[in-house]
Design a binder for this molecule. Structure first.
Ligand code: BEZ
Length: 219
C-alpha cells in the first residue's frame, strides 16, 4: 500500500504525547500543523533539531501553525530528554507536544518509517519525516530526510510561507524564493483573469518561445 503523501487526509489517530492523549484531527482543528518525526531520544542530531524547533515555535505560532513532534521512545524518556534539549539550546522551551510511539504504530500510519535505520533491538525507527497539514487535514507538503541529515528550520518556515501564498492568491513560488520576493502567477490563470486578480500589475518574461507563461507579481 503506498504511504501517506501529498493530498492524502492524515489518519485521525489517537496518540499519547507529552501533553496527554490527543486525536490528530482535534489537535489540528482549523489550523495548519507541522508533524515531524525523529529517529530517537538522546541522539545528537535530534537534540539539536528539537531545540531549534522550540526556538522557532513563536514564529510558527504567529502564523497560526501548530507543532507536533514524534520520537519512538516512551513518555518518561521524552520528559527526561526535554531537559537535555532545553539545556543544549539555551533560552528555548519545548512547548509543543511530542508523541511517544514505542510500538511503531504511528510512524507506520504516517509514512515515517526509515527503511534502513534500526535501533539496538533491530526495531524500525522513524526517518526525519515532516508533514505540513492544512486545516482540511490533508498533507500539503512532506520532507523525507535520512537520520544523518538534520533539517533546516529556515527551510520549513520558507515553505510554510510558500504554501500559504499559494493557498491564498493563485500563485506559485519560483526557485530560491523567499518571503518578500516576487511570485509567479499560476499557469491555470489566463491573462484576462490575471489583470483582475492582480490589479497591482505583473511582468511577463520575454522568452524565445514567445509563450507568455512566466508572469511575476507581488502579493
Ligand atoms: C541523531 O539524531 O543524531 C541520529 C539518530 C539516529 C541515527 C543517526 C543519527
Amino acid at each position: 500500500m503506498p504511504g501517506l503523501t501529498i493530498g492524502d487526509t492524515i489518519p485521525d489517530l489517537e496518540v499519547e504525547t507529552t501533553h496527554g492523549h490527543l486525536r490528530l484531527h482535534d489537535f489540528i482543528d482549523d489550523s495548519w500543523a507541522i508533524i515531524f518525526s525523529h529517529p530517537g531520544d538522546f541522539t545528537p542530531v535530534c537534540t539539536t533539531e528539537l531545540g531549534k524547533i522550540a526556538e522557532y515555535a513563536e514564529e510558527f505560532n504567529r502564523r497560526g501553525i501548530k507543532l507536533l513532534g514524534l520520537s519512538c521512545d516512551d513518555l518518561r524518556s521524552h520528559k527526561e530528554w526535554i531537559k537535555d534539549i532545553e539545556a543544549f539550546t539555551p533560552g528555548c522551551r519545548v512547548t509543543y507536544p511530542i508523541i511517544a510511539d514505542p510500538n511503531r504504530e504511528v510512524i507506520k500510519q504516517l509514512n515515517m518509517v526509515d527503511p534502513e535505520e534500526k535501533d539496538t533491538n533491530g526495531n524500525s525507527v522513524p526517518s526525519r519525516a515532516l508533514h505540513i497539514v492544512g486545516p482540511d487535514k490533508r498533507v500539503k507538503l512532506s520532507f523525507l530526510y535520512p537520520a544523518s541529515t538534520g533539517r533546516s528550520m529556515e527551510e520549513v518556515l520558507r515553505v510554510v510561507e510558500s504554501l500559504k501564498a499559494a493557498a491564498k492568491h493563485k500563485v506559485a513560488t519560483p526557485v530560491n524564493w523567499k518571503p518578500g520576493d516576487k511570485v509567479v502567477i499560476s499557469p491555470s490563470v489566463s491573462n484576462e483573469e490575471a489583470r483582475k486578480l492582480f490589479p497591482q500589475g505583473y511582468q511577463t518574461a520575454d522568452l524565445p518561445s514567445k509563450k507568455d507563461y512566466l508572469r511575476f507579481t507581488n502579493v
